[in-house]
Design a protein around this ligand. Structure first.
Ligand SMILES: C[S@@+](CC[C@H](N)C(=O)[O-])C[C@H]1O[C@@H](n2cnc3c(N)ncnc32)[C@H](O)[C@@H]1O
Length: 290
């Protein structure tokens, strides 16, 4: 039986009729750009390539040819590749990359941006900034995934004032993945799915339990685990789709794309990390547990 959005409390969710919610003035508040409906096949020459340049200008990629962008941007927190940018300059960099991403994404294509919030004095809610930037550029937000990296805090005792209300601080076990799309919520292009029933059930929940990757083992200061882009790729793309990572790092997105029979294209400003990514992709092709 179909349910409706409850006027008091929360209702059941199966076969949900949300027309009452969507007819209210608060929904659809984000500006909707003029839809182009454009979907183009990417040229062969950019398939499975990592370009060593800034993703602020993705000159090799034609308009509307990418199905999904998955990335973890630099956090500007002092990793060896980070410049010491002001918050405004940092957000301007992300704005330029997201604007380029909007151009290269096909109508119905998706973006998934992994971000951690920073600091405590005060707390810098980068997830809010990223969601706002994506909306500003024109993306429609689809949701936010909590990536739970651990069940407990391990050895961390950064709890502030011990057993006291003086100044207790939260110890984060999670990061965020902000998900948006271009022009329409449904894919315009047709294709073959590859996700299993169990993976689909898990991937459509808003909390994902995935163990982090070891920076030391990968040889990059901030790698994400291959299982993270892999789940996003299988949830949001069809086989043979093109997946973009504008901050490719050690290549997790590319490895995940190949493991799921998709193509990748990426940008990495550091020649060393580009080489590391290419080596890992090659190794993953013969050893499925990189
Ligand atoms: C957080 S890391 C990405 C890690 C990646 N998800 C992985 O699993 O390895 C960000 C990467 O972006 C690269 N980078 C920084 N600014 C860039 C830019 N403007 N264009 C392209 N790459 C950039 C850095 O060198 C770094 O490797």
């Amino acid at each position: 039986m179909a349910t409706t959005t409850a006027s008091f409390g929360a209702g059941k969710r199966e076969s949900h009729d949300a027309s009452v919610y969507y007819s209210r003035r608060m929904s659809g508040a984000a500006p909707v750009l003029q839809p182009t409906g454009l979907v183009q096949d990417p040229p062969q020459k950019i398939l499975d390539k990592i370009f060593c340049q800034s993703s602020e200008a993705m000159t090799q990629i034609p308009d509307a040819s990418v199905a999904l962008m998955v990335t973890s941007p630099p956090y500007n927190v002092g990793k060896e590749y980070d410049e010491d940018l002001t918050l405004d300059a940092y957000l301007d960099l992300l704005h330029r990359v997201f604007t380029e991403t909007y151009r290269v994404l096909e109508a119905g294509g998706r973006v998934a941006v992994n971000v951690a919030n920073l600091g405590r004095k005060p707390y810098l809610a980068l997830n809010h900034h990223v969601a706002r930037l994506l909306e500003e550029v024109g993306f429609l937000l689809r949701g936010e995934i909590i990536w739970q990296k651990a069940k407990g805090a391990g050895g961390s005792c950064a709890w502030g004032s011990w057993q006291s209300a003086k100044n207790p601080t939260l110890r984060d076990l999670h990061e965020y993945i902000i998900v948006g799309c271009k022009e329409s919520f449904s894919r315009q292009r047709k294709g073959d799915d590859s996700i299993s029933k169990e993976d689909f059930m898990a991937a459509t929940l808003s909390v994902w339990n995935i163990a982090p990757a070891s920076a030391k083992r990968v040889g990059h200061p901030a790698p994400f685990p291959v299982d993270l882009p892999k789940r996003l790729i299988e949830l949001y793309t069809f086989e043979d789709d093109l997946v973009l990572d504008p901050f490719m790092g050690a290549g997790a997105t590319a490895i995940a794309a190949k493991q799921t029979d998709r193509f990748y294209v990426g940008y990495e400003i550091s020649p060393e990390y580009r080489k590391l990514a290419l080596d890992r992709i090659k190794k993953a092709a013969t050893d499925p547990s990189p």
